[in-house]
Design a protein around this ligand. Structure first.
Ligand SMILES: [Zn+2]
Length: 202
């Protein structure tokens, strides 16, 4: 059972009819409060949105219908595709982010994210390796949802991939889906997702 508060955003358009919804992109809001993020994503001048936003207390808001294209990924790349908004569902997870004081995601929030993801996965065929972070699809521009996001916990719930087997080489990461044009950026994005200890131990 999931309570969802409707908070419609004008920032969407039609999805191309010939594309499947086969990606799920997780973000953090990167603003001081969830209220500010919600306000921004509903402001037509901002021209950004996501399908859902999950507050730190676990409250879930829906901004855009899943059958419409929300504007969350921007310039992005995964497994040869650049039309990421067209084929994905985007969830914004409230956290001030690296700019305003990055902090652990509360348990209530993560439980809500898990419930929401399971519900989305019941409606769309999305492969585990297509459930990724904004930084995975835009490694030179983005850090979200960041190295504190519990990907392994989600993987235990059947959402995405928690562990990457083997060595992180240019060949394996490119094959997995990353744009490795900027190798250092791609490797950092990979570490944020799959080897967060490499960032947290510093
Ligand atoms: Zn993002």
């Amino acid at each position: 059972m999931m309570d969802i508060t409707q908070s419609p955003s004008p920032n969407f358009d039609d999805r191309p009819i010939d594309l499947p919804i086969d990606m799920l992109i997780l973000h953090y809001t990167g603003m001081k409060t969830g209220a500010k993020a919600l306000e921004r994503m509903c402001d037509p001048a901002a021209e950004v949105s996501a399908h859902y936003m999950v507050e730190e207390d676990g409250s879930i808001f829906q901004l855009v219908s899943e059958d419409k294209r929300a504007w969350h990924a921007g310039v992005a790349f995964w497994r040869g595709h650049t039309n990421i908004n067209a084929r994905s569902i985007g969830i914004e997870i409230v956290n001030p982010g690296h700019e305003w004081g990055y902090r652990p995601f509360p348990e209530a929030q993560i439980m809500a994210v898990i419930t929401l993801c399971k519900s989305i996965l019941s409606r769309h065929m999305i492969e585990p390796r297509n459930i990724i972070g904004h930084s995975d699809v835009a490694p030179t521009r983005k850090m979200d949802p960041g190295e504190l996001f519990p990907w392994e916990l989600l993987a235990h719930e059947g959402i995405g991939i928690g562990e990457f087997e083997g060595e992180a080489s240019q060949e394996t990461l490119a094959e997995f889906g990353y744009d490795i044009t900027d190798w250092q950026a791609a490797l950092t994005a990979f570490n944020r997702h799959f080897r967060p200890e490499n960032l947290l131990k510093a």
